[in-house]
Design a binder for this molecule. Sequence first.
Ligand code: KG4
Ligand code: ZN
Length: 341
Amino acid sequence: MILLALETSCDETSAAVVQDGKVLANVVSSQIKLHAEYGGVVPELAAREHLKNVLPVAQAALREAAVEVAQIDAVAATQGPGLGIALLIGFKAAQAVAFALNKPFIGINHHEAHLYSPWIDAEKMTADFAAFQPNVSLIVSGGHTMLVLVRAELKHSVLGGTIDDAAGECFDKTGKLMGLPYPAGPIIDRLAEQGNPAAFDFPRPLMHDANDDFSFSGLKTSVRYFIRDHPELMADRQKVADLCASVQAAIVEVLVKKTIRAAKRERVRCITASGGVTCNRGLRQALDAACKKNYFTLRLADKSLCTDNAAMIGILAERKLRANLPVANLDEEIKPGWSLA
Ligand code: KG4
Ligand code: ZN
């Protein structure tokens, strides 16, 4: 079965071609530079950019996979959650292709797809469906922060999520307070390498609460007050690096502690993680150390598959189709607020 998948839920236009659990092509066109001057993703601009890029990106994926349009057996797209007018572009384009070819169409939940990106071996681009279940999966990006229990393939339940800002949003917003450009997450990551994580003490919200929820807006507010009260520090490169390292340490400690605790309670042996913030070196190292200490197998998505991509959409869509699960068809619409159960 050859499947074409499209992903346009936020600021990445992506198309992938998937065949029997293998990603033949995964093309991602990022809009980061476009949105940088506005300090965040502008939905209207994102949608226009998707409209411009969706067909060339799909054509590039087909070319790279050496697949003709007539060989496509099914088409998938992200149905939600995401920015409505951005989702609409990929979803309707995919439905149009499916309609024209008279092939099945599959609408996919973006968060559910994130659960599968750590399963894709970046070198072989092949998904290993047996190796990592059951697991507790951390999905952590600019738009979401959640812990999910994956009992088996296609069987999962959400354990908890953020009650306010996502972790990536916290990186980006605290970075903005420091005068860093958008998205600040990767810059804080780089600066933190030269800083002292114990230099400044920031709160670790909900870290000791018994639930699996997260909260990052209080941390952002305490960074705001810290900068207001110590403006002189911002002129000192080393102090800025210390601030980045201290903020990152607070975010990472909460994410790691809560993930490990959930995995212990759920008695799984494996932990997985994906989403843009999973690119963070501090988080990758801390998860690795905590998993080794507690004898968990850790499976992090490859950095190329942490951020939004159509490969994860295609891999999940193919499994759903094979399992005969109910999927969205040509009559369905996008679901911008579709939360994972
Ligand atoms: O998954 P993603 O591309 O998009 C969604 O939000 O869905 O994630 C983007 C987020 C941004 O908030 C960005 O700052 C953060 O991931 N991010 C990082 C790093 N790389 C990306 N945060 C911290 N350290 C990084 N290295
Ligand atoms: Zn995402």
